[in-house]
Design a protein around this ligand. Structure first.
Ligand code: FES
Length: 104
């Protein structure tokens, strides 16, 4: 079972089971850890903003232009900020570690 480690906005840690082919946003949303995903993954709301652990950031596919543009609109981002709706879950991501960003 491939899992995802998440720290929520209250500092609580969760280990969630991944689902092949799902967006990471969908996994976070459906486990009720505090991600709304209002736009449904259309890269338009940024409610799925997460900060990826530095050792994982380079192992993900690079952000596309539309993701980078949306991140640029946020008042505060980190070097490893991503929109979790743009990360597709696959077994190779077993152990992916991230923190939910504050809602802007
Ligand atoms: S769910 Fe809206 S930008 Fe990711």
């Amino acid at each position: 079972m491939a899992v995802l480690h998440v720290t929520d906005r209250d500092g609580r840690n969760h280990t969630l089971e991944g689902a092949e082919g799902w967006r990471v946003m969908e996994i976070l949303r459906d486990h009720g850890v505090g991600v709304e995903g209002i736009c449904g993954g259309a890269c338009d709301c940024a409610t799925c903003h997460v900060i990826v652990a530095p050792d994982w950031a380079g192992r993900l596919h690079p952000a596309r232009e539309d993701e980078l543009l949306k991140l640029d609109e946020l008042p505060a981002i980190e070097a490893t900020s991503r929109l979790s709706c743009q990360i597709l879950w696959e077994e190779a991501l077993d152990g992916l570690t991230l923190t939910l960003a504050e809602v802007n």
